[in-house]
Design a protein around this ligand. Structure first.
Ligand code: PEP
Ligand code: MN
Length: 337
């Protein structure tokens, strides 16, 4: 529920309402705005009788929020959230960021070489999986803690913040010792214990859309993180399952402007997992930026044909460099408008 105050309501009115909301057993969160203040009511599990509230001084109206997310919604938080990843700002109004790196950390040489190359081309962050959520158990599962260590070394050598996936609540502490941004993969979007645990740390989270998740389910998953106190969440569209098999997934770009309407959180796009095809990555990265994405997450490997995972969708070094040149022209064009 959202209590919208009159524009001439006083702080005393807001305080009185907050007190009454607390007496009703809920949490009150005042949301000051340039025009008027609103008060978010949290902690109710169903419809709240608003008759008592509507009689109070300063109240203009009450909006009943039926969506499964509140803290994530623009109704509750009209200003855009800017997420700070070790000094790199992500969100509306910031320059779009590029996260580049291999699907998985495979060796010290591979990750350092990639880090230095993507940095030279202008990337803002380095990615690399250490805990890999593979479809079958007989494939490369990642270097685990050793992978985290190598990724952190590559991050230091290149000066880039690092992004890596965390698959279980038990590993949140370990991964947050090494990572600047903790990724929740598509397969774990509804791992609610993991989301809650990530809500209790003070590092930003990159939440990928589940492969069959609706926009509402996606935002409700982000709500779990915010509800525990961590509002530093970046959403990431990475393609969804459809009847189409020509591409690995179907990139749902319309979600970018839609999420911007519904939520204040930044959203990035991963054209690598969305398409599964190297040749489609750069065009879809550009399309994502035109649609208003706050950044792109792209896989790149020094020798994609030898990659231990996701080689066919990984850009080569020259391919990454070409994409970066196009992105810098595109961002200059978008900023000039
Ligand atoms: C990844 O980023 O390497 C990954 C496994 O992505 P997703 O969870 O989107 O499949
Ligand atoms: Mn991958």
């Amino acid at each position: 529920m959202l209590i919208v105050m009159n524009h001439n309501a006083t702080q005393t009115d807001v305080d009185a309402i907050s007190r009454i909301v607390k007496e009703m057993g809920f949490r009150a969160e005042p949301i000051p705005g340039s025009e008027r203040t609103a008060i978010g009511v949290l902690g109710n599990h169903g419809y709240v009788d608003d008759s008592k509230i509507l009689e109070l001084p300063g109240v203009q109206r009450v909006i009943h929020v039926s969506k499964p997310y509140k803290l994530v919604s623009r109704d509750f938080h009209p200003e855009d959230t800017i997420v700070d990843v070790a000094g790199v700002k992500v969100g509306q109004g910031c320059r779009p960021v590029v996260v580049g790196g291999p699907c998985a950390v495979e060796s010290e040489e591979q990750i350092i070489k990639t880090a230095l190359f993507v940095k030279k081309c202008g990337a803002d962050m380095l990615r690399g999986g250490a805990f890999k959520p593979r479809t079958g158990p007989h494939t490369f599962q990642g270097l685990r803690e050793e992978g985290l260590r190598l990724l952190a070394i590559a991050g230091k050598e290149s000066g880039l913040p690092v992004v890596t996936e965390v698959m279980s609540p038990d590993n949140v502490g370990l991964v947050s010792e090494y990572a600047d941004l903790l990724q929740v993969g598509a397969r774990n979007m509804q791992n609610f214990d993991l989301l809650r645990e990530l809500g209790r740390i003070r590092k930003p989270v990159l939440l990928k859309r589940g492969m069959s998740a609706t926009v509402e389910e996606f935002l409700a998953a982000a709500e779990y993180v915010l509800a525990e106190g961590n509002d530093q969440v970046i959403l990431c569209e990475r393609g969804i399952r459809t009847f189409e098999t020509a591409t690995r997934n179907t990139l749902d770009l319309s979600i970018v402007p839609l999420v911007k309407e519904l939520s204040h959180l930044p959203i990035m796009v991963d054209p690598s997992h969305a398409t599964g095809k190297r040749s489609l990555v750069s065009p879809m990265a550009m399309a994502a930026l035109v649609a208003g994405a706050d950044g792109v997450l792209v896989e790149v490997h020094p020798e994609p044909e030898k990659a231990l995972s996701d080689g066919p969708q990984s850009l080569t070094f020259p391919g990454f460099e070409q994409m970066m040149n196009k992105i810098s022209q595109l961002t200059a064009f978008l900023q000039s408008r």
